[in-house]
Design a protein around this ligand. Structure first.
Ligand code: HEC
Length: 158
């Protein structure tokens, strides 16, 4: 009797271990895509971060600054919108994270000698807050725009 009971138990333990192993590998296999639909709490957090740090330039409704395509007198560009009318969704997620963290770095995330008014937030926001603010921005995009940006992210994943 005992022996017969032990076999299914062993089997269950094995299956549980396999499921855990599978879950861990999917967790560590990072394709770099920040899925805004994955975590509602993160969006709420990201909106708070956005309002406090980004809205002054990029607009309360992510609409960007007026005439954002035209250079200012000093040759720099105004803050672009982060909604679907801008070009934020043209960039893969790792690049968005990099630009928020370090600003636009000439020779790395911008052309050599490039001057920009985008501040670096690495010393002000945690990595988690930066991902949250990007998740919030992405949560406002229509499904087709999000899907297009997902493709860009996966194609350019590091
Ligand atoms: C002082 C004004 C200012 C603030 C505050 C600011 N930005 Fe920017 N941001 C800019 C400007 C100006 C650019 C355009 C830079 C360029 O092209 O030269 C920019 C560009 C960007 C870009 C890259 C351009 C793109 O494709 O969208 C991202 C991403 C971005 N900002 C995110 C943020 C986030 C997130 C915050 C808040 C944590 C923030 N910015 C706060 C001014 C600002």
């Amino acid at each position: 009797m005992l022996k017969i009971r032990r076999i299914p138990l062993l089997f269950v333990v094995l299956v549980v271990l396999l499921v855990i192993a599978f879950y861990l590998t999917t967790l560590t296999r990072n394709d770099g895509f920040i899925d805004p639909l994955a975590d509602q709490g993160r969006i709420v957090q990201g909106k708070t971060v956005y309002t406090a740090n980004c809205a002054a330039c990029h607009g309360a409704n992510l609409e960007g600054q007026a005439n954002w395509r035209e250079r200012l007198d000093n040759g720099r560009l105004p803050a672009p919108p982060h909604d679907k009318t801008g070009h934020t969704w043209h960039h893969p997620d790792w690049l968005l994270v990099d630009m928020v963290k370090h600003g636009l770095v000439p020779g790395r995330t911008a052309p050599p000698g490039y001057e920009s008014d985008m501040p670096a937030y690495g010393g002000l926001l945690t990595d988690e807050e930066i991902v949250a603010v990007i998740a919030y921005i992405k949560s406002t995009w229509p499904p087709r725009v999000l899907e297009a940006q997902k493709e860009v992210t996966l194609r350019n994943s590091k």
